[in-house]
Ligand binder design. Structure first.
Ligand code: GLC
Ligand code: GLC
Length: 823
């Protein structure tokens, strides 16, 4: 048992079990893996959308509500006048038993009181656009029970921003149709939509409501909704105002008896079918067929089995047994799961991302790919091409695009001059994972040249060329509006409270430079050079080698502060992240990227930079973004100094950037540091301090409040963060050292000397690699000997095998780790 009174990991079932509904914050899970996605908290809160949380939202959710997390997939039980919910909310009637199990793509709830137990299982079957709520009601008492059950969802009119703001319109457009247990939400169907939302029950129902005013009551809250308390549905038909879906079910259960049925919440596209049955009446054939299929005996169980099998298959691609339980637990299940969630959602919809502002981020998704490419390589391929298509002909990129339309937009700004370089990292990771070099020739145009056709490789070259051509006085890359740190705005000097830091224009001709982009360029250009080597194109490899050398010279000549790398030069040419500054004297981004890019090798600076980080920025909660925190607003540095000290980009532990330092320790071969840093932000280690940490202990958060904050160690903004992908890279490729490469799987661990062995199962290029690593001499790394199926193999590269079977690899660590390039 840990010190967490709210829940615990159930590793065998790959579930996180929550025993109390009043968690420090709502603890979220996601349903759905393809097109239909649901957010589901431990009290059944959340909403559901199809593909795009902004443009195709099916149910409503009020993010900043009081109390938090109200609105969701609710079931009210009226048992002889007492009304309760199996997920506790919204009535919060005390339960005798409550349990929530968040699993992979599903959530189970059990609520019980007064001899009635309700079990619910929420999930989206693979390949369906329907969310199912399988529900089992059992009479566990000694007397017969007459129960009334009421389901509840509130429909959203698809475009979530308009839905929330344009009430003079939306209050007059709502429409529904009801057919037996099927409620059809048909708002805007009469005009340009060919889809509707279906909310139905696979069991016979005894009543329904579709008007929120009728069901809840104009002046009531959901906890006192009038229909469940009076026990009589109204059969209301919504005409405008706020359409909802609610069914009434009457159950008579003898002692020990139970009944199982399912609610279905579906997005139904009419496709080519006629849109109307007769004038004004929606053609429901597609919806009816879907319901018939799901109402077949066993259909829901079969669909759930498919979901379980899907995840077993996905996760079997990477599994580890090692001496550190938190690392194993995260890697084997939750970290990979979170990586898939960032694949599906980028930064669009969570409890902290409202699904309206941020779609798929260019830099974010390219980095996320590093964590899911081994799980869904085919879909990763498409993602790379979608992203590349939002690059502009000059090499810069749209910072984000809408998943539905795949069109880039500048709604949250543009001119982030790191963006384009991440495309090189994702592409190289994809080719290493799959061996599929054909992607490089895949046709993809530039977003500002409609009809243009180029190939992906050309996009990578355009990225390199842009950075080379746009450098400043120190030959370092221009930063533009910002680099990875959105809030280091060296060119915008905003003094108006009503301006957005992200979209406010940069001053003309300003030439602030970024040492972090320089480091990223080193890394990216070396990656691309290695790709050319693999392709047998020595001239191109050499050309990139020269660009690398040139950038490295600029970094070493102008980017070193004495004990660490500078962060940037501001618009006036003054050093940022220098001992000369009283606030923001040392930053981590440039330490991470310069070292990962190969700077500081041979001159001691790499180690010096990391030791400086360790001394000044490392805390028990992770590595701070910079120190000292900004206590006043510095217009020449932008949004970064707008946050209170210790939060967000102002000196929190920004977990994403923390991982680069960790990876850099792996590169330098310090296994104790690598693991300590890994564990310092690892959510599974936070259970003992959950009252402080507050967020879900099974997924990474974007940030943990830093040393300067009121409550250091408090996490914020869980789920959608690049920390997921990078932590996977750190643990899988850095610490365990299992690195996909063009010609095989490279083994280059960096473990604590106390680890005597570990085992990794890795599916790579169709072959299952069973890899046992032994550490008889208690070292951090360095491969002394390796055998593949008993045969000695030189070096540390497991050559590509033919076939689809299993190979057994034994690795003995021994020689000191070569300080060779990572990746
Ligand atoms: C957020 C953004 C990401 C950015 C980071 C640092 O996580 O999604 O793009 O790099 O903040 O500002
Ligand atoms: C804000 C956030 C930052 C995020 C950016 C995206 O600046 O602080 O983390 O990346 O918004 O728009």
């Amino acid at each position: 048992m840990t010190g967490n009174p709210y829940g615990e990991f159930d590793d065998a079932r790959r579930e996180y079990v929550i025993h109390r509904p009043d968690t420090p914050l709502p603890w979220l899970n996601y349903l759905g893996q393809d097109e239909l996605i649901g957010l589901c908290t431990n009290t059944a809160g959340g909403f559901t959308f199809w593909r795009d949380a902004r443009l195709r939202r099916l149910t409503r959710y009020r993010h900043n509500n009081v109390p938090l997390d109200l609105g969701g997939r609710y079931l009210y039980v009226n048992d002889g006048g007492t009304v309760w919910n199996p997920g506790w909310k919204p009535t919060k009637t005390p339960l005798e038993r409550y349990e929530c199990r968040h699993g992979l793509g599903y959530t189970r709830l059990v609520g019980a009181r007064d001899g009635v137990e309700v079990k619910q299982l929420f999930f989206v079957p693979p390949g369906e656009t329907a969310e199912l709520w399988q529900t089992t009601v059992t009479n566990t008492g000694a007397a017969a029970k007459d129960l009334r059950l009421y389901s509840y969802v509130e429909f959203c009119f698809y475009e979530a921003l308009n839905d929330m703001t344009n009430l003079q319109r939306t209050y007059s457009i709502g429409e529904v149709e009801v057919e037996g247990p099927a409620i059809y939400h048909t708002t805007e169907y009469r005009e340009r939509r060919s889809h509707y939302t279906l909310f139905a029950c696979t069991r016979e129902t005894q009543g329904f409501d579709t008007s929120r005013d009728a069901f809840v009551g104009v002046h009531n809250g959901l906890h006192e909704a009038s229909v469940p308390f009076t026990g009589a549905s109204q059969g209301s038909i919504a005409h405008g105002w706020n359409p909802i879906g609610s069914h009434e079910l009457r159950l008579r259960l003898e002692p020990g008896a139970s009944e199982t049925f399912a609610f279905v919440l579906a997005y139904v596209d009419q496709g080519e079918e006629p849109r109307f049955e007769r004038p004004g009446v929606v053609n429901k054939a597609t919806g009816r067929r879907l319901l018939e299929r799901l109402a077949e005996p066993g259909a829901v169980d079969t669909a759930f089995d498919e979901l379980r099998a899907m995840w077993d298959g996905l996760l079997s691609r990477f599994q580890v047994e090692c001496p550190e339980p938190s690392l194993g637990r995260m890697l084997n299940t939750w970290n990979q799961y979170q990586c898939m969630t960032t694949f599906n959602l980028s930064r669009s919809a969570s409890l902290y991302e409202t699904g309206i502002g941020r779609g798929m981020g260019f830099r974010d998704s390219n980095q996320d790919l590093l964590g899911f490419v081994h799980l869904v390589p085919d879909r990763a391929r498409q993602r790379i091409l979608d992203l590349a298509a939002t690059q502009l002909a000059d090499g810069t990129c749209y910072h984000q695009y809408q998943p539905l339309t795949k069109k880039g937009n500048a709604e949250i700004g543009g001119d982030f001059y790191d963006d384009h370089l991440w495309l090189i990292l994702s592409t190289c990771a994809y080719v290493k994972e799959t061996g599929d070099t054909s992607i490089l020739a895949a046709p993809v145009g530039y977003a500002d040249r409609p009809g243009s056709r180029d190939d992906l490789l050309h996009h990578l070259e355009t990225s390199i060329a842009y950075t080379l051509a746009n450098r400043g006085a120190h030959s370092l890359p221009l930063i533009g509006h910002a680099d990875w740190n959105d809030c280091l705005n060296l060119n915008c000097f905003s003094t108006e409270p009503d301006e957005s830091f992200q979209t406010t224009g940069d001053v003309e001709g300003s030439a602030a430079e970024s040492v972090m982009i320089a480091g990223l360029f080193l890394y990216a250009s070396r990656e691309l050079a290695a790709l050319y080597r693999h392709l047998g194109r020595p001239d191109d490899e050499e050309r990139l080698g020269r660009a690398y050398d040139e950038m490295l010279a600029a970094v070493e000549e102008h980017g070193w502060d004495g004990d660490w790398y500078l962060r940037a030069f501001d618009a006036e040419g003054r050093a940022v992240g220098s001992h000369e500054r009283d606030e923001g004297a040392i930053f981590i981004e440039s330490q991470g990227w310069c070292v990962l890019g190969g700077a500081g090798v041979g001159n001691g600076r790499a180690r010096k930079a990391l030791e400086s980080v360790h001394e000044r920025l490392y805390t028990e909660h992770g590595v701070l973004l910079h120190q000292p925190a900004f206590t006043r607003y510095h217009p020449e540095l932008g949004e970064i100094s707008s946050y209170p000290p210790g939060y967000k980009e102002n000196a929190s532990v920004f977990c994403h950037a923390h991982t680069w330092i960790d990876l850099a320790w792996c590169l330098l071969g310090d296994g104790d540091r690598a693991l300590d840093y890994y564990l310092s932000i690892c959510p599974a280690t936070k259970e003992d301090r959950i009252e402080t940490y507050r967020n879900e202990p099974y997924v990474y958060s974007q940030m943990i409040a830093g040393r300067d904050a009121a409550v250091p160690g408090e996490a914020r903004n869980s789920w959608l963060t690049g920390t997921a992908a990078w932590s996977f890279v750190v643990a899988a490729q850095g610490i365990l050292g299992v690195q996909p490469d063009y010609d095989g799987l490279r083994i280059d661990p960096c473990v604590p000397p106390s680890w005597d062995r570990f085992h990794v199962t890795r599916r790579f290029r169709g072959v299952v690699h069973e890899i046992t690593v032994l550490n008889p001499n208690g070292v951090c790394g360095g491969v002394r000997a390796m055998t593949v199926d008993g045969r000695r193999v030189p070096g540390n590269l497991i050559p590509l095998s033919t076939g689809t079977g299993t190979i057994h690899v034994e690795v003995v660590l021994g020689a000191e780790q070569a300080a060779e390039a990572f990746g």
